[in-house]
Design a protein around this ligand. Sequence first.
Ligand code: 5CA
Ligand code: ZN
Length: 420
Amino acid sequence: MLAWPAPLLPTIPGPGPVLRLFDTARGEVVTTEPGPVARMYVCGITPYDATHLGHAATYLAFDLVNRLWRDAGHAVHYVQNVTDIDDPLLERADRDGEDWIVLGMRETALFREDMTALRVLPPDNYVGAVAAIPLIVAHVETLLDEGLAYVLDDGTGDVYHDVAQASGFGEESGYDETTMLALSAERGGDPDRPGKRNRLDPLLWRGAREGEPSWAGPRGTAGRPGWHIECAAIALDTIGMGFDVQGGGSDLVFPHHEYSAVHAEALTATKPFARAYVHAAMIGLDGEKMSKSRGNLVFVSKLRGEGVDPMAIRLALLSGHYRTDRAWTPDLLADAEQRLATWRRAVARAAGAPAAPLLSALRERLADDLDSPGAIAAVDAWAAATLAGEAESDDGAPAVVADAVDALLGIEVDPALQDG
Ligand code: 5CA
Ligand code: ZN
């Protein structure tokens, strides 16, 4: 699939420090240890509705990971999927009397526009589930051949992974069985379905149903892919096992990331799928998680349509820490607009407070598990000192700061590059 155009990435004097991130599997902040090419897979959208601020916040968190690794001198191989066939897409298309393919294409196009406006670095591989079906089918066949998966005995043709045989099951989330059963029921699983060997066995392949799209499947059984095998297959095909970061929102800790890892580890008989599992907290509105099914959404495209500067949206979302559940409020945006104007006034000066200490502070804060509030506070202090004109004044410092704020935080403040 087409991704989206890359924003300019200014070069700044470097290199930056090693990035540390909170790994859900180990339950602590760990040092990332990428090779020359860092490898990251971030779960993409299910395109049945527009990108809301929760999605945006999650992609912004991983955009910081991408930027920090590049700043530390690594190349980054970044992969993202699009779940362009799944139940929610078919349900929404059905509700609105629309073709699911057209719906998915339109919402994916809108997502690309949103990501471009927010200056998110694009993935190197942007892969749809439909395009990955041949890979998925081959993997399901392998699991069946090895006796690690089974066809349900009810004539549907549905195939499940036998997790009792999966040695690493539970290692990503660390959840106990009761929690897993509850989350499975809540998030698309079917623990109470009769005929499964284990209530927690996840669906690998769904046999064709009347009125649903289907493709040739394992052992000739028409149907469509399960959700978790989609991400396992796409990651294996593009960046392979043992990649550096598997990312997504915290609602993917279980079941999605647990099962993607378990599928891939069973297929390759190696561990780990990812060296770190990193999760962005939930953005809420009016006291509840922002979600398509709840309908309490603020869309990036709607704000853009109202003339809101995408850099203010970006700054507003980064003003909270990525691991803190937080609410979107109009005040958050108003504060970000004001802050952005202040930063832009400061960088428009020919001289300002020295850039080097700010550059160190920015890097140090962001490398410490993406402390974006700390990084923003450092820029605030620099801007205040520059505008007050009290500090010793360095010629050219504002230009260096503009580049650093752009390269590390992805916030465009350079007066020469601003519209209008
Ligand atoms: N297609 C799957 C992943 S393979 C999916 O979860 N799609 S999604 O459209 O529902 O979500 C896209 C990304 O946004 C996921 O990483 C999800 O965890 C994240 N996300 C969803 N809602 C929120 C929210 N309210 N706050 C923060 N992140 C969210
Ligand atoms: Zn995924």
